[in-house]
Design a binder for this molecule. Structure first.
Ligand code: SAM
Length: 289
């Protein structure tokens, strides 16, 4: 078969009310491949509302969580090699109306920008939760991040927030894109589990007026040991920017500022590590039940 040949005869049976199309693409210069590759840039993600997810496990996580899969790119070689799980995912994708591309190794490498690409790449429609939907009950916890800049940190924080059952992660101000390839990779699938909110500083400050729980800010000069507060109330943990920490305005909106004691010479903890320490402390009672 040549580029873009319709391969619908290999389409597996499924609930075909709005079946997706199957195409075969061998050339990385194909315009569809170019469009998918462009999703590595934030501008294209913002324009299309789509983002890339690498690997069969993450694609399955997204499908299981009910996120909209627009396109599934799969390794033609792996399909021909008889991968049952891949065949099932293709069938599932077609059944829900996603387009499927059976791709050459060159195409997969071009999209993932890697020498050893995964056998599946998903193009999903992103989801953001409005700030107005964030509500916490007693004992629940959420995280707010002031201008987080590092995609690996954000991905790790989302994964950790998922692990402790945090209710949401609020990105305040100019934060890194939660749907960048690097962030999504670092979440290991938790991007599909934790509601992500984006808010400008002013929106956050306005929402804060109606928030009845406590906001616990983390600060290098925090007067309170992080193990002191009672986290039984609804708690929003507020974490600072990697370089600058919490801005004075954001620190000023917190009910209290806590510090994680340190013994050695390090100035501070890595943001994701500090968030992990805080989340496990805040959820300690719930996690030991
Ligand atoms: N130079 C920055 C400052 O003075 O705030 C360091 C920022 S630190 C790398 C990034 C964030 O991690 C901080 O804003 C805070 O939220 C958290 N953090 C790191 N170490 C901490 C500690 N020992 N106690 C409390 N928060 C900490």
């Amino acid at each position: 078969m040549t580029d873009d040949t319709n391969a619908s005869q290999r389409r597996a049976a499924g609930p075909l009310s709005a079946p997706g199309r199957i195409k075969e693409i061998a050339s990385a210069a194909n315009p569809i491949v170019k469009d998918i590759r462009a999703l590595s840039q934030k501008r294209h993600r913002d324009e299309t509302g789509l983002f890339l997810v690498e690997g069969l496990k993450l694609v399955l996580d997204g499908l299981d969580a009910g996120w909209e899969l627009a396109t599934l790119v799969v390794s033609k070689a792996a399909l021909q090699g008889g991968s049952e799980v891949l065949t099932r995912v293709v069938s599932r994708a077609v059944g829900i109306g996603a387009d499927v591309i059976e791709a050459s190794a060159k195409v997969l490498e071009a999209i993932a920008r890697r020498d050893n690409p995964q056998s599946a790449i998903g193009v999903f429609r992103r989801r953001l939760t409005p700030l107005s939907k964030v509500a916490l009950a007693s004992g629940e916890v959420a995280v707010a991040l002031d201008r987080v800049r590092d995609p690996g940190n954000l991905g790790t924080i989302l994964r950790t927030a998922d692990a402790v059952g945090a209710k949401s992660v609020i990105l305040v101000g100019d934060c890194v894109d939660p749907f960048s390839l690097e962030t999504v990779r670092a979440t290991m699938g938790s991007i599909f589990a934790v509601p992500v909110v984006r808010a400008k500083e002013a929106e956050f400050l306005a929402w804060r007026q109606g928030f009845s729980g406590q906001i616990v800010g983390t600060h290098m000069t925090g007067a309170v040991d992080y193990r002191t507060p009672d986290y039984a109330a609804a708690t929003l943990l507020f974490m600072g920017n990697e370089q600058a920490g919490l801005s004075a305005e954001m620190a000023g909106t917190c009910d209290l500022l806590v510090r994680i004691p340190q013994a050695g010479r390090a100035d501070s903890l890595n943001l994701a590590v500090a968030t992990g320490v805080m989340l496990f402390e805040a959820r300690r009672k719930a996690l030991t039940l």
